[in-house]
Design a protein around this ligand. Structure first.
Ligand SMILES: *Cc1c(COP(=O)(O)O)cnc(C)c1O
Length: 382
């Protein structure tokens, strides 16, 4: 029986050929594939700019920097996300503050976000919701919060690339939207990420930031050029560039993004139709435009470990996304968070299991997962 993990990449011959072509060519970094890939990302989301980065984490760091975030600032994000969302706030010297989730969407609750901002003096440089699991949360209350508190709205869309909010693709609605191209995400470049934006100034800052803060654009020079070779480092940046091989792979993967999302939706449909009505199993919130990065079921706390083990013994590798970030030891020690501070996120964490969902899965793989779950509950409920 093959082992099913919760997610994995799908690389085909076209992808391989595109990478090999780059390896045989002139540019291994900073060449034409970077721009082509960026154009493909921006066009897909219907925005002016996409700036690629060496990882989704680097992309988040870039977005935090471009927002102007610095020491003394606060930025609010959800307690239920991958640690990178708030770690990158800390990278800038600012302090992340957290809001509990809305249990109906598993995404940050706008009311809790506002409460968290108010209890930190009413100041937030950025508001950073996460379209958790691929769920396209309602953007409007966050837009209103961003206006009210003069904050930059940054969507961490690492889970939702290819999803939509009706007539807008994910990537369109926030001031900046960050993507990850890690192998479990919707498209992959092995490691990689990007920031999408309509704002020219943010795009400029993002490009400087990923290349040491160096510009070669004459129009931006502060000093009189020393010669044709002149370039200037104007602020502190990093080497966060994405290679030509990675961009060629991403460009090739973009051709299949819609198919990937469609396939994820089909798998989710199988789970929903097969698993609804099981006593003791709660299915994830569903919505049009959902990109289904994760399919998160919830089981009673007292069965959580047992359920996890039962599926593992049947070669089904579940995951739990995620331990609430402020309760990680680093955050507890640094900021003094404790058990009970984020009751909804904590309750969700004690119940959550991510079932396998990825485009390469066959229908029969999904049915096997469902049979196994039914068998588990037959044993429990009898
Ligand atoms: C994957 C992920 C990231 C980080 O992406 P990397 O490409 O692994 O650096 C950030 N936020 C969320 C919510 C993610 O799932």
């Amino acid at each position: 029986m093959k082992t099913l993990s919760y997610g994995r990449q799908w690389i085909n011959e076209d992808d391989i050929n595109e990478v090999v072509k780059v390896l045989k060519g002139d540019w291994l970094t900073m060449g034409p594939k970077v721009e082509e890939f960026e154009k493909s990302l921006a066009d897909y989301a219907g925005v002016k700019h996409a700036v690629t980065f060496s990882s989704g984490t680097a992309a988040l760091h870039g977005a935090m920097h471009a927002s102007g975030m610095t020491q003394g600032d606060f930025a609010v994000t959800t307690a239920m996300t991958f640690v990178a969302t708030s770690n990158t706030v800390i990278y800038t010297g600012a302090t992340p503050i957290f809001a509990d989730i809305d249990p109906d969407t598993l995404c940050m609750s706008p009311e809790n976000a506002e409460h968290s901002i108010k209890s930190h003096g009413g100041h937030a440089k950025a508001i950073i919701p996460v379209s958790f699991g691929g769920y396209p949360f309602d953007i409007k209350p966050f837009r209103e919060l961003a206006e009210k508190y003069n904050a930059v709205l940054i969507e961490d869309a690492s889970h939702s690339w290819g999803g939509d909010r009706g007539n807008h693709k994910i990537g369109f609605d926030a001031d900046m939207t960050t993507l990850s191209f890690h192998p479990v995400k919707h498209i992959t470049t092995s490691e990689g990420g990007a920031v999408l934006t309509n704002n020219d100034e943010y795009a400029h800052k993002l490009k400087m930031f990923r290349n040491h803060g160096i510009t070669r654009n004459e129009a931006e020079f502060e000093d009189l050029p020393d010669g044709l070779w002149h370039s200037e480092m104007q602020e502190l940046g990093y080497n966060y560039r994405l290679s030509e091989m990675a961009c060629a792979l991403g460009l090739s993967q973009m051709k299949r993004l819609d198919d990937f999302v469609k396939r994820r939706r089909e798998i989710a449909e199988i789970y929903i139709s097969q698993l609804s009505g099981i006593d003791g199993l709660v299915l994830p919130p569903s919505k049009n435009g959902h990109a289904w990065h994760l399919f998160i079921a919830r089981v009673k706390e007292e069965l959580h470990g047992q359920f996890f083990m039962f599926l593992r013994d049947n070669n089904i590798r579940l995951q739990v996304h995620y331990r609430p970030v402020p309760l990680q030891p680093y955050y507890r020690h640094k900021y003094g968070y404790k058990q009970g501070d984020f009751p909804e996120a904590e309750k969700y964490y004690r119940q959550a299991v991510s079932l396998p969902i990825f485009p390469l899965m066959e229908d029969e793989d999904a049915f096997r997962v469902c049979e196994c779950i039914k068998k588990f509950f037959m044993g429990i409920n009898s």
